[in-house]
Design a protein around this ligand. Structure first.
Ligand code: DGL
Length: 272
């Protein structure tokens, strides 16, 4: 068993570029932390896959990150969180932060009429993970869920504002517009990049919940409570790894993460 050390990096993963929204928030809040980001671009999207397959991918990636001696794991993917979280918590000694609980907490704090919408991939919506997490809050808030499977492909190709996307958003979100929600959880880490179009379609009266900031705050608290915050005063080192050769283009990386996005390393899982 590897013992966590404050000098070790944070390990984070997603199926592709979506988790960069979480990485951005983490770098803003914890600039001195080293970070390894893994995007499983060769096997993206996770959303349409069976739970067992997503669980297998997620555990494979977390095994590799634990081998790199990360001090904390961040499952920056709702689909992977909903499929693999329980098993991961039993399997690893390092603390694990997921995306679902922080999003639910933020939605409970934001809603006034106790009617919260949830959009995510098929995997996440079908899993019922948000409803389960909401039940544990005892806040008496109802969740109105809708899968928006094609949003991910738009984000992965860098399209966050086309007419085609707007038409699709109108189609996906219409049932939620009719359901009197006042808060909408972006239950996929790709979706914050579509906040403009989603807010436009839902109207300004609906509060959008992107869990990235809430997750970063939770990571801060976990590290602080375990005395694992980096003691380094220089800017942390950030590594970006992907499973496909084309990886994450620097155009997308720079756009979605910012100037900290560096060269991407390629790590093919099938050739390990
Ligand atoms: N960004 C991911 C999520 O939060 C996965 C998207 C996908 O690969 O389908 O669910």
């Amino acid at each position: 068993m590897v013992v966590s050390d404050a000098a070790h990096p944070i390990g984070m993963f997603d199926s592709g570029v979506g988790g960069l929204t979480v990485a951005r928030a983490v770098i803003d809040l914890l600039p001195h932390e080293d970070l390894i980001y893994f995007g499983d671009t060769a096997r993206c999207p996770y959303g349409p896959r069976a739970a067992d397959e997503v669980r297998k991918f997620a555990l494979e990636i977390m095994d590799a990150l634990v081998e790199e001696e990360v001090k904390l794991l961040v499952v920056a993917c709702n689909s992977a969180s909903s499929a693999a979280l329980d098993e991961a918590r039993a399997r690893y000694a390092v603390p694990i932060v997921d995306v679902i609980a922080p999003g639910v907490k933020a939605a409970v704090a934001a809603t006034r009429n106790r009617r919260v919408g949830l959009i995510g991939t098929h995997r996440t919506v079908e899993s019922g993970a948000y409803e389960k997490a909401m039940a544990t809050t005892r806040a008496n808030v109802s969740i109105h869920a809708r899968a928006c499977p094609r949003f991910v492909e738009f984000v992965e190709r860098g399209d966050t504002s086309s007419d085609e996307l707007l038409d699709l958003a109108r189609e996906y979100l219409q049932p939620l517009r009719e359901s009197d929600i006042d808060t909408l959880i972006l239950g996929c880490t790709h979706y914050p990049l579509l906040s403009g179009v989603i807010q436009y379609v839902m109207g300004s009266g609906v509060v959008l919940i992107s869990s990235a900031e809430a997750i970063a705050a939770e990571i801060f608290a976990e590290l602080k409570d375990r005395n694992l915050l980096s003691r380094n005063r220089a800017m942390g080192a950030h590594r970006f790894v992907s499973s496909s050769e084309q990886g994450i283009t620097s155009e997308l990386g720079n756009r979605f993460l910012g100037p900290e996005f560096k060269d991407i390393e390629h790590r093919p899982w099938d050739k390990r």
